[in-house]
Design a protein. Sequence first.
Length: 275
Amino acid sequence: MKITAQQVNELRKTTGAGMMDCKKALVESDGDMEKAIDILRKKGQKIAAKRADRDADEGVVLAKVNDEGNFAASVMINCETDFVAKNNDFITYVQSVLDLAIAKNAGNIEELKKLKMDGRTVEETITDQTGVIGEKIQLGRYETVEAESAYAYTHPGNRIASIAGLNKKGDFNQTGKDIVMQIAAMAPVALNKDSVSQEVIDHEIEIGKDQARQEGKPEAMLEKIAMGKLNKFFKESTLLNQDFIKDTKISVTQYLKGVDKDLTVTDFKRLALGS
């Protein structure tokens, strides 16, 4: 199978590995991007915390909380170029879609598509935008969180946004802001250890074993080494176990308990272009 320069470049952007390593991995995987990523991981190459299943390279990601403070939503609308993504009219359009979603309490992306904007559905206005702009425009993702207290954060540049819920009402605005900024910066994959799927756990164990095997570790030690790597994965990749970015001497859970002994995060979502 012929591997194109575009495929190599895409894998390089996704993983951070070298060009030749990316090409070899694609050849070995017969062009399968996901398999190529795993091959690079197993060989110990640098892997960025993002996957190759993106719908588009560019777009706008925004997040917002309703007036009651108990419902947060985040939307991603994709386009083809950075030029369009930075256009004020396009950003305003994405904001209007999000405002509508919040106002109507849209629970999922299908509900959002059917909402009416000036007599037309959101899905129809997406098509309209494609005609006006001359690029492929698509509603990439839409996520929500409902909680006693909900919070939202849009990172400058509109490429990353996060939303989260806390289990209590109260004066937790700074805490909520800290949590959604933590999520945006550290990209956790799950809330806690129990929230990680068995599929992900099995996959991480397999990766850990293969890495240890390639390092020449004895076969009898592979399981123990892999479990050590898995525990490190839980600490680095689950929100409540991560080091708190504003004080890395404590975990996010410890930070929350310091604010209120019963306070915790109930749910979160993170949207980022390219993930």
